[in-house]
Design a protein around this ligand. Structure first.
Ligand code: OVV
Length: 407
């Protein structure tokens, strides 16, 4: 048995094109749309010899693989490493990297902490923070929107919502980037991220303990489930870790990408100003158009078949969510940003039992922020070139120089 990146090196299945590409090269990660188009051209699946994996990027097959947690499991890791054959770089997430029945129990607790009712109680705080940040930016001649807004807002509201007593903005943002880079191969991005683990991981672990959390946040809801015997107290700490893994870098990316879309599409921003109720559909289109999490993998846990392709047990399949969200077989004019498209069925939050459990809070953060911007800002103007930051699983901006024109 030959292993590559700790997973079984499969042979190309019959009828599947062999495509010599590196989906994790920095040029693809910085500008993925040409890769996505070529991936969809290959067929339902392509075999990538460099990693001995399958890749899919058409909407239908990506959705099929993602929807079937029985055949395509998460407990073997949702990156290139197969946890059956290699040791994960950190103890696996009890929700992301788990299957039923374990997943069912932890998901229930996380869904409670992130329920619409809990999120509704956070919106007032979100608005206060959004207004303060946007008012400050309106005073400036120009600003760097990734640091000054996309990072500033989630870092102001999310740790507080969780109930964290210690906030280290840089560690929170960088831990997310580390977790997502960890889903890729052993490339320069992953190595650079992992080199920072000794500095960041102990801080994150400490921040998840009960005595570092208030009694009234999302973290407390998780620990109350432990008190009730639904989960163990050690498991509660791990679920709080999931908030910190998935709750910061993702929304930072969503905000940066929303600003990028609106700065490039002034007519969309004008429509949002005219009707701030478009904030929500606007964010859905941002999600479809930019896919903050561009790729998650699954592992075939049995011999099976999708779209007539035979898939053997142990096959890693990288699912390009960003590509499914741009598939012209599913979307009209996918490369056009339409603020009122209402792209029901986009895969940016995934689909199936692992669909983003935090999507309510992510939507609330974006809806509030975009509404405040629509109310206060007359125009969003680029003042320099947007630069993307390659990451093995996240499609995020590195820099976005902007100016807000006041009303
Ligand atoms: C990167 C990521 C996404 C979703 C969940 C988690 C991590 C987790 O650690 O649970």
């Amino acid at each position: 048995m030959k292993l590559i990146e700790d997973h079984l090196a499969i042979d190309p299945p019959e009828g599947v094109p062999v495509w010599d590409v590196d989906p994790y090269s920095e040029s693809v990660l910085a500008n993925p749309n040409p890769y996505y188009a070529a991936l969809r051209e290959q067929g339902p699946f392509a075999y990538i010899p460099r990693y001995a994996i399958l890749a899919c990027g058409r909407y239908d097959e990506t959705k099929e693989v993602f929807s079937d947690h029985t055949r395509f499991v998460s407990s073997r890791g949702v990156g290139l490493n197969d946890f059956r054959h290699g040791k994960p770089w950190r103890p696996p997430s009890l929700i992301l990297e788990a299957d039923p029945p374990d997943h069912t129990r932890t998901r229930k607790v996380m869904a409670r902490a992130l329920s619409p009712k809990v999120v509704a109680g956070l919106r007032e705080d979100f608005r206060i923070a959004a207004e303060a940040i946007v008012d400050r930016l309106l005073q400036m001649q120009g600003f760097e929107a990734v640091a000054d807004l996309a990072e500033a807002f989630p870092v102001a509201v999310f740790p507080k919502a969780v109930g964290m007593l210690d906030v280290h903005a840089r560690h929170l943002v960088d831990y997310g980037a580390m977790v997502f880079n960890g889903l890729g191969p052993d490339n320069a991005l992953r190595r650079a991220a992992m080199a920072r683990a000794p500095e960041i991981v102990p801080w994150i672990t400490a921040a998840c303990t009960r005595n570092r959390l208030t009694g009234d946040g999302l973290g407390a809801i998780i620990y109350e489930a432990a008190d009730a015997g639904e989960i163990g107290h050690d498991e509660a700490a791990m679920l709080v870790r999931s908030f910190l893994s998935a709750g910061v870098d993702t929304t930072v990316t969503g905000i940066g990408s929303a600003l990028w879309c609106l700065a490039r599409n002034p007519e969309a921003f004008a429509a949002l100003r005219a009707d701030p109720a478009l904030a929500r559909p606007c964010f859905e289109e941002v999600l479809r158009y930019t896919s903050p999490v561009h790729t998650f993998a699954r592992t075939a846990d049995c011999n099976t078949e999708v779209a007539g392709v035979k898939i053997v047990e142990g096959t890693k399949i990288i699912c390009a969510l960003g590509s499914a969200n741009m598939d012209p077989a599913k979307w009209d004019d996918p490369e056009v940003f339409r603020i009122d498209r209402r792209p029901a069925g986009h895969l940016a939050f995934g689909v199936g039992i692992h669909g983003c459990v935090g999507q309510n809070i992510a939507r609330a953060e974006l809806e509030v922020l975009l509404t405040v911007i629509a109310e206060k800002v007359a125009a969003i103007e680029p003042t320099g070139e947007a630069v993307w930051r390659p990451n093995n699983a996240i499609h995020a901006l590195d820099r976005l120089p902007l100016r807000f024109r006041p009303n």
